[in-house]
Design a protein around this ligand. Structure first.
Ligand code: NCD
Ligand code: ZN
Length: 345
């Protein structure tokens, strides 16, 4: 049994760092684990222009702990009004690494998102030309569609036609949750890739109702049936270049989660690499952890892999019940109060 593994330092290709006191509270965990992160732009108001991205990046850098080695990679939040020339300039000068499509109303802080993908043809043409990826929250917002089917329907109704219309476009299907998404990504690789969260590898939809209603297991896209969790595990450990790590760690104050209409989002940043390592160890595929966590993402983003190395070792530790946030109610982490079998050395 392997008890230690050393890999290149990983990156998180999908994380929510928020702003202000929440940023200060959650950034140290992500910066300790990852060298780089794709920082989601769904602030209020969202990160819509290259100037917004530079100022958010400055706030993140200012909030970094002393001596941290961490580079935030910024993303443009696409809207019906996105200025294609600002997006092009932002990509050219490094203010943006990618752009995110939130169908309006699909998830937390997406109301300013895109109402019809045909309205962002100008922005998509810029992405196709530059090779900067389009990151998609892949769920339709049609209330007639069952919430557990919204990802699969998005692939047919929105993503397939989009890829046919924009030939050079490269797409990351963010936080894939279904076997349909896994099959779609395989059918369209290397143009299309997917991030996979730790929590979707660990829980299925039963976790939302385990002994009662469990708001800290609620995220979007919502966890699906067991067959889908197994398909995601198989994809993550496959070593295939199209699948890579994106935690979708999405902290919300406990007061916004434990209420009659609680927010979507699971906070995994405190133990992200430990949780992924646990999954790969359970599958007997620790040899593929480095591809998933540290190689496939940089290759898709056309960036060099990190030179530094990290070691994970088999060691039990317990996650806190609550992660404190200055002036707020704190955040309940995924697996709060539970043990994790792996630790960063
Ligand atoms: C995210 C958030 O809270 O910003 N929530 C979530 O459930 N994943 C938004 C998102 O990525 O969909
Ligand atoms: Zn997200």
């Amino acid at each position: 049994m392997t008890d230690r593994i050393t890999i290149r330092r990983p990156d998180d290709w999908h994380v929510h760092l928020r702003d202000g006191a929440m940023l200060a509270a959650v950034l140290p965990a992500t910066a300790a684990q990852f060298a780089r992160a794709i920082v989601m732009p769904n602030l209020v108001p969202p990160v819509r222009s290259a100037a917004d991205a530079r100022s958010y990046r400055d706030r993140i850098l200012a909030a970094l702990p002393q001596g941290a080695d961490f580079t935030p990679l910024m993303v443009c939040y696409l809207t019906d009004e996105t200025d294609a020339s600002d997006l092009a300039a932002g990509i050219a000068d490094g203010s943006f690494v990618a752009a995110k499509l939130y169908p309006s109303g699909a998830t937390t802080n997406s109301h300013a998102g895109v109402t019809d993908v045909r309205r962002i043809d100008g922005a998509l043409a810029v992405l196709a030309k530059t090779g900067a990826p389009l990151l998609v929250h892949g769920e339709v917002t049609d209330h007639a569609i069952d919430v557990f089917d919204r990802e699969a329907v998005f692939l047919d109704r929105v993503l397939a036609p989009l890829l046919a219309r924009h030939h050079g476009l490269r797409v990351v299907m963010e936080h894939a949750t279904t076997r349909e998404a896994v099959a779609f990504v395989r059918a369209h690789a290397p143009r299309v890739a997917a991030t996979i969260t730790a929590h979707h590898l660990i829980i299925n939809r039963n976790a939302l109702f385990q002994g009662g209603l469990r708001p800290h297991h609620y995220c979007l896209p919502v966890a699906k049936r067991e067959v889908h969790r197994l398909a995601l595990r198989e994809a993550a450990i496959s070593g295939e270049a199209a699948f890579f790590l994106g935690t979708d760690s999405a902290p919300h104050p406990v007061s916004d989660k434990e209420m009659d209409c609680g927010c979507a989002g699971i906070f995994t940043a405190l133990a992200a690499m430990e949780l992924y390592t646990e999954v790969f160890a359970e599958e007997g595929r620790l040899d593929r952890l480095e591809s998933f966590a540290s190689l496939n993402g940089p290759a898709f983003y056309r960036l060099p892999p990190n030179e530094a190395r990290v070691t994970l070792e088999r060691r039990q530790w317990t996650l806190p019940k609550l992660h404190k946030v200055a002036g707020g109610s704190g955040v309940v982490p995924f697996r709060a109060g539970d043990e994790v079998g792996w630790a960063l050395a």
